[in-house]
Ligand binder design. Structure first.
Ligand code: MN
Length: 329
């Protein structure tokens, strides 16, 4: 399929490059580095070869979220966003941008998002899970965005009317004891999905979307397992009559199907895609690759030939993203 749009596609600036070093064996680090810092060369060539018209680019992970020094987090986010804006300006027909945000400082994050959207033309934000702040718990306290101090930030996101991509990161060591002795479960194998799914469920249950019903959150990797668990989340112990024990007013399925979108990043499996279509509909699913951590050819060859309707392929491959991000405006 030609004209695809891909939106979980990463790059790195020198200050954040090393954050990606642990995710491949040292034998493949040189290759991954070269992929991460390139935008206009090999990446564009691969996009041409595999029918990707546009990539919405974002910084690698955890990057800004793991910088516990607030002033430094603000500075690196700004530097990364300015550098990305310059890259996109070279090929505005092929590249768009998500803002990196210093969520340690909710006011600064809101101001940086506003700057990126109104001055640099960015189409939203991509944030790598919880943030660390040296001023809170020595930086070892994971700050999740359902916490009350983030409500003003979310009001700004709603006002700017741009989507917010919640991207994974690993849990902090203090919260990762379940993986002790099993390091292979960290990262994309399992821990990324668990971490991001719980964060997304916290947002839903917090009442955030009752306060701001227009907010639109994107999560990757075919929904981080949530579509497969969606019914059970709302229907456990169905014989016990009890109101939900969370502040939100509705069932979590209502928020997931009205305030969330998922992408195919790093999860190139037709069975899983079909399940997601059955749970949330093809209007809320978008093609992505997760370059450079996954291969563009693996993603595109799978998607282009997946056994779904051509109408769904057109929506998932392109038109859903055009609508959500206003790419035709
Ligand atoms: Mn990713």
């Amino acid at each position: 399929m030609d004209g695809k749009i891909a939106l979980e596609e990463h790059w790195a600036i020198p200050e954040t490059l090393q954050d990606s070093a642990g995710f491949v064996p040292s034998t493949h680090w040189e290759e991954l580095q070269a992929r991460l810092v390139d935008i206009q060369g090999r990446r564009l060539k691969l996009m041409d070869q595999h029918g990707i018209e546009t990539m919405i680019l974002s910084l690698n992970a955890p990057a800004v979220q793991a910088i516990a020094d607030r002033a430094r987090a603000v500075e690196i986010a700004r530097r990364a966003n300015d550098a990305l804006a310059e890259q996109c300006a070279q090929r505005p027909d092929r590249f768009r941008a998500f803002a990196a945000l210093p969520m340690q400082d909710p006011d600064a994050a809101a101001a940086e998002l506003r700057r990126c959207v109104t001055e640099l033309g960015f189409v939203g934000a991509l944030v790598n899970g919880f943030s660390q702040d040296a001023a809170q718990g020595d930086g070892e306290l994971p700050l999740y965005y359902d916490l009350p101090q983030y409500r003003a930030f979310w009001a700004e996101v709603a006002d700017l009317d741009v989507p917010f991509y919640l991207h994974p990161r690993n849990p902090l060591p203090r919260d990762a004891h379940i993986y002790d002795g099993h390091p292979w479960l960290l990262g994309p194998t399992w821990a990324f999905a668990h971490e991001t799914a719980v964060h997304a469920l916290r947002l839903m249950a917090s009442g955030l979307f009752d306060e701001h019903p227009s907010l639109q959150i994107v999560i990757g990797h075919m929904g981080e397992g949530i579509p497969a668990m969606l019914w059970r989340i709302d229907n456990r112990n169905g014989w016990v009559e009890q109101p939900p024990a969370y502040p939100a007013q509705r069932r979590l399925v209502d928020y997931f199907t009205e305030n969330f979108h998922i992408t195919t990043s790093g999860n190139f499996r037709t069975q899983t895609l079909v399940d997601a279509i059955l749970e949330i509909g093809s209007e809320r699913i978008m093609f992505s690759t997760d370059w450079p951590f996954e291969n563009i050819d693996h993603a595109a060859n799978w998607f282009d030939s997946a056994s779904i309707s051509e109408a769904d392929r057109a929506k998932i491959g392109r038109t859903n993203a055009v609508k959500l991000f206003g790419l035709d405006r």
